[in-house]
Design a protein around this ligand. Structure first.
Ligand code: SD4
Length: 344
C-alpha cells in the first residue's frame, strides 16, 4: 500500500531541506474541519506548499511579518525548476513564452500584482514592489518587465530545457486539454493518470499567513495554464479572484481553472462569506458551489480549489474534484491535508 508518511519524508529529502525540522515532521492526514490554531501559522496550496511553508515559517517563527513570510515562502516554488507550474521552469504559453502571474496583499489592504510578466524569476517580489513603490495595483506585460528591470531585478531565461521539450511535444498535437491535480503526487499515486510528456501540468501556489501579532497576508503566484493563448491572464494575479485578505476577517486563495474563479470573484466571495459567519471550509464550499451551479457541465471536467483561513486561525478548503492538497505549518505541526471530500 502507498505509504503517505514515507512519501512526504521522501519529498522533503529530495528538496534538500533536511536541516529544516519543519520538513521532516510532515504528517499527511485526511482533511477535516479545524479548530482554532495558535499563531503564527501559514497554509498553502498543493504538496509543494510543504517546502514553501518551511521557508515562510523561518520568518514567522522569529517574529517576522506575515507579508515577508508569504513572499519568502512562495520564492521556493518560484525558483524550483522542477516545478513546472510556478515561476522559473514553468510551462510556457502556446507560443513558447513563459508568462507569470502573481499578486500579494497585506494586512492593511495594500496589494500589488504583475500580469503576464516574462523573464523575471520572482514575480511575487515584483508584485510587492508594485504595491510599495507605485500608486498602482497592477502592471502587465512589457510595462511590468520594464518596471522590474528599473527596480533591479535580473532578466533571465525562464524556459528550462524540460519545459521546452514538453512544449515541443505538445505542439505536435496542440490540443488544449488540461489534466487536473497534476501537482498532487499523492493523488496521482492513488489514481494514476496518463501524462504524455507531463504536458498538462498547471497548478498555483496560494499562501496565507498569520503572524504573531495576528496580522494576515497572502501571496499567489503561477505560470498559469500551460499552453494558454499568449496574453491570457488567469485568476492568480487578480485581487479578489486568486487572492483576497481582509485583516478583520481572514484570507482566501484559489487554484485551478482561473476563468471560473474570475467569473465568480472567488476569493473575495470566500472572505465575505466568512465575514457572515461561515467557517473557512463552508465558505470555500459555497464558492465552489457557485461555480458548479452556474456551469454544471464545465465544472464536471475541471478543478477549482479554494483555501481559506479566518482571523481565529481556523482554516479549511474545498474543491470541485477530490485530490486537492494543502500544507499547514505552525509551532505544533507541518501537515499536508488532502481533500477527499468534493462535489464529484
Ligand atoms: C490559472 N489558477 O492561471 C491558475 C492555474 C492553476 O491549477 O492554479 N491551475 O488559471
Amino acid at each position: 500500500m502507498f505509504n503517505r508518511r514515507k512519501f512526504i519524508k521522501a519529498s522533503a529529502l529530495s528538496a534538500g531541506l533536511l536541516a529544516i525540522d519543519k520538513n521532516s515532521i510532515a504528517n499527511v492526514i485526511p482533511h477535516e474541519e479545524t479548530k482554532a490554531e495558535n499563531f503564527p501559522i501559514v497554509i498553502s496550496t498543493w504538496d509543494f506548499g510543504i517546502a514553501a511553508n518551511a521557508d515562510a515559517w523561518k520568518v514567522l517563527s522569529t517574529g517576522g511579518r506575515a507579508l515577508d513570510a508569504v513572499e519568502q515562502g512562495v520564492w521556493v516554488p518560484e525558483a524550483d525548476e522542477n516545478n513546472q507550474s510556478v515561476g522559473y521552469g514553468g510551462l510556457p504559453d502556446r507560443d513558447g513564452h513563459v508568462t507569470l502571474d502573481a499578486c500579494i496583499m497585506d494586512e492593511l489592504g495594500n496589494c500589488g500584482a504583475v500580469l503576464a510578466l516574462e523573464h523575471i524569476k520572482h514575480p511575487i517580489s515584483v508584485a510587492r514592489k508594485v504595491m510599495e513603490k507605485t500608486p498602482h495595483v497592477m502592471l502587465a506585460g512589457d510595462g511590468a518587465l520594464q518596471f522590474a528591470l528599473e527596480q533591479g531585478f535580473k532578466k533571465e531565461n525562464l524556459l528550462t530545457p524540460a519545459s521546452e521539450k514538453a512544449w515541443k511535444e505538445w505542439l505536435k498535437t496542440a490540443k488544449y486539454a488540461p489534466v487536473m491535480n497534476i501537482e498532487n503526487k499523492l493523488y496521482q499515486k492513488a489514481a494514476p493518470q496518463k501524462l504524455p510528456g507531463n504536458q498538462y501540468n498547471h497548478d498555483t501556489i496560494g499562501m496565507l499567513a498569520i503572524d504573531a501579532k495576528g496580522n494576515i497576508s497572502g501571496a499567489c503566484t503561477t505560470s498559469g495554464m500551460a499552453y494558454k493563448l499568449h496574453g491570457r491572464i488567469g485568476d492568480s494575479p487578480i485581487i479578489g479572484a486568486g487572492l483576497y485578505v481582509d485583516n478583520e476577517v481572514g484570507g482566501a486563495t484559489s487554484t485551478g481553472v482561473g476563468e471560473e474563479v474570475v467569473r465568480n470573484v472567488g476569493s473575495f466571495l470566500v472572505v465575505e462569506l466568512m465575514r457572515q459567519g461561515y467557517t473557512p471550509e463552508a465558505a470555500c464550499k459555497e464558492a465552489v458551489m457557485r461555480i458548479i451551479k452556474k456551469k454544471p457541465e464545465t465544472a464536471k471536467n475541471i478543478q477549482v480549489g479554494f483555501l481559506a483561513i479566518n482571523k481565529k486561525g481556523e482554516y479549511g478548503a474545498y474543491a470541485i474534484q477530490k485530490g486537492f492538497s494543502y500544507a499547514v505549518c505552525n509551532a505544533e505541526k507541518q501537515d499536508l491535508l488532502i481533500k477527499g471530500k468534493s462535489y464529484y
